[in-house]
Design a protein around this ligand. Sequence first.
Ligand SMILES: [Zn+2]
Length: 102
Amino acid sequence: MTDYPAMHGPSRPDWNCLVCGEPWPCLVRKRQLKELCQCNVRALERYMSEYLRDAHQEIDGQSTAEITERFVGWCSKPLEVWLTQGSKPIDSEAPTSQETSR
Ligand SMILES: [Zn+2]
């Protein structure tokens, strides 16, 4: 494990990344969370839901749907979606498109 130079956490109440300034969760943070949860979508969504509650109250100018998509919507999507920038490939783990809802 490497030490992260800084935590890619949200600055509030504007909800941009403290490090890159992108709308949080930023690409780096998403990657970290994906690795952390090992693509366990449910765990990820549960984790992000904690932030979602606060974000709904603090973010202006975005609809509920947009905020939900921004915070939780990405959890169930394969990580490659965000790999357009910063071209460091992550170990090719096949995204499980099948939902095991049980
Ligand atoms: Zn960041």
